[in-house]
Each structure stands twice: as C-alpha cells, then as structure tokens.
Design a protein around this ligand. Structure first.
Ligand SMILES: [Zn+2]
Length: 433
C-alpha cells in the first residue's frame, strides 16, 4: 500500500479498524481509530440499526517504534428503530478490546507474558506502556489466571516434591512468612504454592486434590521437616517417602556452619572477620572433597589447625562428608551401612551440634535410604527454588499471596502459553570478514 492511511493501518494491525489520524509527540504516538462497520443489525431483532452518536474511549496499546501508543477509539453508538424491540441503543465493542481494561487485549497478553513468563517487574512494564502498576497487574491476572487454572497444566504426577520457601522476610510487623511449594519432580514444574508450612497447610492442600490424582503419585520427596511428615501422615500412604538429598546435605552443611561460628566466637571472642582462619576456609569446607584440589585441601587443614583447637569444626566437617558419602554409594545396602556409621559417629560425638545432626539423621533414616530405591534425584526442587527466587526479586516483596502464587506458577508452573505471532525472520548483519 502506498497511501498514508493504508500504511498506518498496516502498522496498527487491528482487523476491522480504520485509522483516522496519527499524532505524535516525543512522549507517545496517538492513533485515532474507528471501526469499518457501516451496516449493523440490531443484536435483538436484526433490523438494520441507525448510527446514533459517538463516544471516544482511550486505550493503551503495545509500544510503537519505541514510544508508548495511545489508541483513541471513536466508538459508535447504534440505535434500533424497531418500535417492538426491547433493545434501544448500544455501543460497539470488539474482541481486541476489553470493556474493563485500559489496555488492548494484545497489550494485556504481552504484560502477562513479560511479567509471568519472563518474571519482569510490573513497574518496568507499567513504565514502558505508560500505565499504572494496577493496570498491568490486572492484565496479568486477567490473562494469567485462566492459564494457571487450566486443568491440562498439571497432568499425572508420579513424583511429588514438597518444599518450603520463604514468602516474606521478617519485618517489624511479622516474623518470616513461609510458603509450601508442590513440585512435579519429573517435569520440573511447580504445581502449586500454598501459604504456610505447617502439617495442616500441606494436609488440606492434599485433601483438596482429586483422589484419582493422588493415587498416581509413587514418590513424595520432602525436606526434613516434621510438619511435612505429619501433613503426609494418613495421606498418600501408598507412595514411597523420600528425604530430599539436597536438604539432607544442607542440614549437614548447616551443622558445620554452626560449629564453625561457635568455635570462632569462643576462641576469638567475635564473629568471623576476613582474616580469621576459620572464616577464610568457610567456603572450602562446604565444597565436596572430590572437588577440592591439593592446595585447597592444604589451606583448609591449615585453617583448622590454627582456628580449631579442639577439633570440633573438623568433626563437623567429617560428619558432613560422611553424609555426602551416603549419596555417593550406588548400592542401597552400602548406603545403609554408611548412614548407620554416620549416625553412630554423630551420636558418640561430644559436640552438641553434631549430636543433634545424628538425631535428625536417625529420625529420617528410612526416608534418607528410600532415595536409593527410587533413584529419583531432587535436583529439580532446588532448581525451581532458584526460579522462585527470581520471581521474588522481580516482585520486590509481595503484599498479596495470590499475586505471588500467580507469578510463580506463570514462571515455573509449566503453563501452556498461547501461540503468538510466528517468530520474525532474522535479519542478517553484514559483519566484516
Ligand atoms: Zn432491535
């Protein structure tokens, strides 16, 4: 097309609309539009309607060539002239515009993709389009909720992961608020997020799931939280319960950190500082021995010799390594032997933190060893926790749990995103050889 309105309409790309005028400023592009409807039947009786008057309604559309775009739609009002008809007048509508939202449908869908799928901050989208925070979040809800509620999003789940995440950090009004994430470990997607981390929170979520869905679950992996164990009791009894290896190793790492901090404080009288021998090796100690090279190992042993007079930190390190060894064993019987030795060693240790690690391991012995019978890895849960953290960073603290849940599920919930326009063909750059 060569004429100016034809060009403008091609760029606008809204079927059934004509461009009347385009104004531009440095801040935005304003496109004045109307529908191309000239002959309209009454929705009630079908008699040809008469044009009545007009009203201008403004919408925000996707940014055009780097500037926010405003559509100024000169909406027609129609009147039915049939005296017997109940309908008197109506304003035209279009599936490309929602009556409730200031954003065009395609701009709303893009907000949902950017904030949901790409975990971009709502404020960023709002600034880009030239609308308020609430407008963008409303669009994310309007377009996102059906995607999250889609029954095809979560299919049959064989391995269910239950994992705690922090929802809100403590502040002056509340202590840390936790949430429980339910994860499909095979597909690596978050099925749901519920507020709280108590037995009741997990239990009522499970009770709300269809019985047939629960029956498909073969394995449930949790962290070492008694509340989750209690929440599972009497539910999913047919499934094998596994302690998530990542969390098992993490409690051993925590024990090591606790002992190191205490010894640090007792020997030097202050918290770790950059030059303190134990502080300097804190990361080396958490690294698996098989990944420690000669100089690293020597540096660690030197740090221990200088900062750990009673070999307490060394003891915790040995305990941590023995826990890791349980997972290096392939054979279930070998793993059981290694775990029992670890538990026994921890129990005999005089260091209180190590003793309590032993008790925790003993309480979860069955679930820890169950890992070797499933071969299931719990890598996915941790990976998903990292994605959840990304959503949280983008959110800068959530006030609404519903928004938090929606954005996590849009980002990591295996949503079937509606197909958009086909990918644009690449433009090849002319790079010098
Ligand atoms: Zn009518």
């Amino acid at each position: 097309m060569a004429d100016a309105t034809g060009v403008a309409e091609a760029m606008l790309g809204l079927d059934g609309f004509r461009v009347l005028e385009v104004h531009e400023s440095a801040a935005e592009v304003v496109i004045h539009i109307e529908t191309d409807a000239c002959l309209v039947g009454c929705p009630g009786c079908g008699v040809v309607a008469r044009a009545h008057d007009r009203m201008v309604v403004e919408y925000r559309d996707l940014a055009a060539f780097g500037r926010p775009a405003r559509l100024r739609w000169d909406k027609r009002r129609w009147r039915c002239e049939e005296p017997m008809c109940a309908i008197r007048s109506w304003t035209e509508s279009s599936p490309q515009f929602s009556a409730r939202c200031v954003l065009t449908n395609r701009a709303g869908a893009e907000c949902c993709r950017q904030v949901g799928r790409n975990a971009r901050p709502v404020t960023q989208m709002a600034a880009e389009l030239g609308v308020g925070w609430d407008t963008v979040m409303d669009a994310v809800r309007e377009h996102g909720e059906p995607l999250v509620d889609d029954p095809d999003r979560v299919g049959e789940v064989r391995a269910l992961g239950v994992d705690e995440t922090t929802w809100l950090s403590a502040n002056k009004d509340h202590h840390t608020l936790f949430a429980t994430g339910l994860v499909d470990l095979d597909r690596r997607v978050v099925i749901d997020v519920v507020p709280g981390n108590s037995a009741h929170d997990l239990g009522s979520w499970l009770d709300a799931q269809p019985h047939s869905w629960c029956e498909q679950i073969r394995v449930v992996a949790t962290d070492l939280a008694e509340s989750y164990r209690a929440g599972l009791d009497g539910r999913l009894d047919h499934a094998l319960r596994v302690a998530d290896p990542f969390h098992v190793v993490r409690i051993a790492n925590r024990c090591l950190d606790q002992v190191r901090r205490r010894v640090q404080n007792q020997t030097l009288g202050h918290r770790g500082r950059k030059r303190d021998p134990l502080y300097r090796i804190r990361k080396l100690m958490l690294t698996g021995t098989e990944r420690l090279e000669g100089p690293g190992l020597e540096r660690m042993l030197l740090g221990l010799r200088l900062g750990d007079p009673d070999n307490e930190v060394l003891g915790a390190w040995v305990a941590k390594e023995s826990v890791r060894d349980v997972y290096l064993a392939d054979d279930p019987a070998d793993a059981a032997l290694l775990l029992d030795k670890t538990i026994e060693g921890c129990r005999l240790d005089e260091v209180p933190e190590i003793g309590s690690l032993g008790k925790t391991l003993a309480r979860w012995r069955t679930e820890i060893l169950a890992h070797h019978h499933t071969g299931a890895s719990n890598g996915p849960t941790e990976g998903l926790n990292l994605l959840i953290k990304k959503v949280k960073r983008a959110g800068h603290g959530f006030r609404s749990f519903a928004n938090y849940r929606l954005r996590i599920l849009l980002h990591t919930g295996g949503v079937n995103w509606p197909a958009t326009t086909p990918p644009a063909p690449h433009i090849r750059t002319r790079s010098p050889h």
